[in-house]
Design a protein around this ligand. Structure first.
Ligand code: CA
Length: 227
């Protein structure tokens, strides 16, 4: 069984080759890309389990690759950063990268990050329960129960929205990403669609729907579940 399919994005050819050989030897299936454009094409062609992404690419910034990926996919991203400054790493993490490794790094270090990332993803697919206000939510069973034990009825669309937000506690999810998860595409969809559903969810779940504390709107950015 393959350990997983990795998209490896790195423009330094010797490093790209060395990483690919090491990963293949450890049972990973590897797609190699030397530019951001090739990386985005490879992602459109194949499902990948993890993206390992150099931030300094010849045709576009790795940060722009993250932005493009996160507009439609939640594939885990581990950033390779040559720079010692932390600003680019913070920006990468803010945009949705999951972890980073600073060059030069050892193969063992990268492998450890890959294993940790895969574990996090596996956990996200297991039973997930969360609390919004006083409502207990089980995403696996799709049950919502208030403090008195009464069922709270949620529509299929509301469940889809909660599924995206509650599995990523604290993480900012862009409006486009949320629309894509709910509708399969963010095109031809009025952004007010999300506002209406979020307002509905707050009425059902938030103790004070007009002053949400858990289902947060970040104006111009997206939405965030705050536990
Ligand atoms: Ca580079």
């Amino acid at each position: 069984m393959s350990a997983g399919r990795i998209l490896l994005v790195e423009d330094e050819k010797p490093l790209l080759r060395a990483l690919a050989m090491n990963l293949v030897a450890r049972g990973y299936a590897v797609t190699e890309a030397e530019t951001g454009t090739k990386a985005l094409t490879a992602l459109a062609d194949h499902q990948h389990d993890v993206i390992v992404l150099d931030l300094g690419l010849p045709d576009m910034s790795g940060v722009d690759v993250i932005r493009a990926v996160r507009a439609y996919a939640s594939t885990p991203i581990i950033v390779l950063s040559a720079r010692s400054g932390s600003a680019d790493k913070v920006e990468a993490l803010d945009l949705g990268a999951d972890d980073y490794v600073t060059k030069p790094f050892s193969m063992d270090e990268l492998l450890a990050r890959l294993r940790a990332t895969s574990r996090r993803v596996a956990t996200a697919d297991e039973a997930v329960t969360a609390t919004v206000g006083s409502v207990h939510i089980d995403l696996t069973l799709t049950t919502a129960t208030d403090r008195e034990g009464n069922a709270v009825h949620l529509t299929p669309t509301e469940w889809k929205i909660l599924d995206v937000l509650l599995r990523r506690p604290g993480k900012l999810v862009s409006g486009d990403a949320l629309l894509t998860a709910v509708r399969g595409s963010s095109e031809h969809t009025d952004p007010s669609y999300l506002r209406i559903y979020l307002a509905q969810l707050r009425r059902k779940l938030e103790p004070e729907p007009s002053r949400p504390r858990h289902l947060i709107t970040e104006p111009g950015m997206g939405y965030r579940y705050r536990p």
